[in-house]
Design a binder for this molecule. Structure first.
Ligand SMILES: [Zn+2]
Length: 62
């Protein structure tokens, strides 16, 4: 699972990623930057969200 880290200003691998569902029914992964520990988020499609959960890259949190 990757997301854009605001602090590192580049894409980073997320640590402790959790897949959440937004109010509009979209998916969002939330985790910590593997480099600096800042919380980072990534918007996901339903397909990508399910793949990430199956692959164990993100924990289902909805
Ligand atoms: Zn970072």
């Amino acid at each position: 699972m990757e997301g854009h880290c605001m602090k590192c200003k580049e894409r980073k691998t997320m640590k402790d990623a959790q897949m959440t569902m937004t109010k509009r029914g979209g998916f969002m992964a939330k985790g910590k930057c593997g480099s600096c520990g800042t919380t980072i988020c990534a918007i996901c499609s339903k397909d990508n969200a399910e793949k990430a959960i199956k692959a164990g890259e993100a924990k289902k949190a909805f």
